[in-house]
Design a protein around this ligand. Sequence first.
Ligand SMILES: [Zn+2]
Ligand SMILES: [Zn+2]
Length: 341
Amino acid sequence: MRGAVLYGPRDVRFEEREDPKIIEPTDAIIRIAATCVCGSDLWPFRGIEQLSRPQPVGHEYVGIVEDIGSEVKNVGVGDFVVGSFVISDNTCEICRAGYQSRCVHGEFVAQTIGTQSELARIPLADGTLVATPGMPDEDLIPSLLAASDVLGTGWFGAAAAKTGPGKTVAVVGDGAVGLCAVLAAKQMGAERIIAMSRHSDRQKLAREFGATDIVTERGEEGVARIKDMTNGLGAHSVVEAVGTQEAFMQAVHATRPGGHMGFVGVNYEVHVSGLEIFFAQIHLLGGPAPVRRFLPELIDLIWNRRINPGKVFDLTLPLDQVAEGYRAMDERRAIKTLLRP
Ligand SMILES: [Zn+2]
Ligand SMILES: [Zn+2]
């Protein structure tokens, strides 16, 4: 088969790789129907995350099961499946509590598998993959793919921020995850949803997804605008979907005392002062999203055409042009690139 391999900074190659095979009886092999480039793929692409050797890349995927190990029971050959970007057994105590992204047998798809390829071996298939009710119509595929990470991550951000009826929600970040957090807040019944965005095309999509207000200011100016809109108190719920120092502190300061902040931006460079957190007096929950927890509900919403998160993809390329997909996102010519084998 062919797949994408990252050799070093800005050097993604689409090349011949060995066909994956069933190794463990709990594995499944899937033929990738669609995959994509993630904001987090840009970290190693830009060389911020060092590689020790050439590495297969990609962790978001939907596809058709081609082969299963002898112990796989929940999915069968021919099923169309959506999987999380973290492998999980979905049976351990941490999984059962809803934190499948920290499964005791967990592993990151990005580090070992690489789904920007024609085929992929998915370990712990029963715990990781969820089958759709049937073969999806072509127009549902982008949304199902979004469920694999960006939608699930935005959803977790909104859930961690305790979004719900009567709440004012602020979303810091207008990338695919931030936009999906707006969509999630709307589905969860938030009263007011403030999208913090400077880009007119993304503001438009944020409105379509349910944002009631747009704030273009950043940093402490952005915080001041949120306070103006909330009687000086700050938002009940804030989702941080960027991962920079400025965005993180903007989210902390925009959350009212006793409020909740969900942070889902991968924050390589964020340093937080203990005293700042002490006096902020807010609930903080973040980390890699337990997408698997939300998958059945998200698939149902997409299948019944209640949500259309696939709109975050604004560039579709054949998989063999994966390198251009990275460049387009790196140079901010695209929000998110969808790749079709
Ligand atoms: Zn991702
Ligand atoms: Zn587990």
